[in-house]
Design a protein. Sequence first.
Length: 230
Amino acid sequence: MTTRDDGPGHPGPPVNVMLRPIATPLPAGLLALAVASILLAALELGWIPPTEGHAVAFGLLLLVVSLQFVGSVVAYLARDPVASTALGVLAGTWAAVALSKLTSPPGATSAGLGVLLVGACVLLWVPALVGLPDKVLPCIVFVLAGLRFLLTGIYQLTSAPAWETVTGIVGLVVCACALYCAFAALYQDARGQRGVPPLMRRGGARTSEAAALGVDAEQVASEPGVRGQL
């Protein structure tokens, strides 16, 4: 693409801008969150025996962590600090949970893991609350995921079965919400139907949808990427 970088009353030389389109990593990251939530909810609600904890841990490491880590890197390249930070925190937290399950007896709790999960809740809520006015539904999913970390952390610290049950129920809610947001984001990007199904994008996140329909030459002349938000 060739455009001009014109100052006030002073036409400038042509500016060549190379545009590299990047697919949104949100669907992959949110689908990975749904998988992690349902796997752990199955353990917490007793749908699968505690002895299957190692299988759950391998699923977290091989599928969930890898998808969310790659999603975080791609979101950084897309210049979206909210999505990149949230997916990075999720990837690191699931890795810690998986390693804890691999190195602990089935059904055991850990105060150290509990403290880490409470801290992960705070870390995840920071980008979620910052992005909430623009990316409403995805950030609500991140808030719910943070709440799940908080409840799981309380269970790990107290070993009370009631907290484990509550955590499993919240995990099912997180799974359902993440599945919807992943489907909506993927459908919008694949079919080019902006706003259907709704993700309640506003502000900068809503204007980023226009990147698929056209490029603002004045903005592109001074910006290194196509869009600022996913």
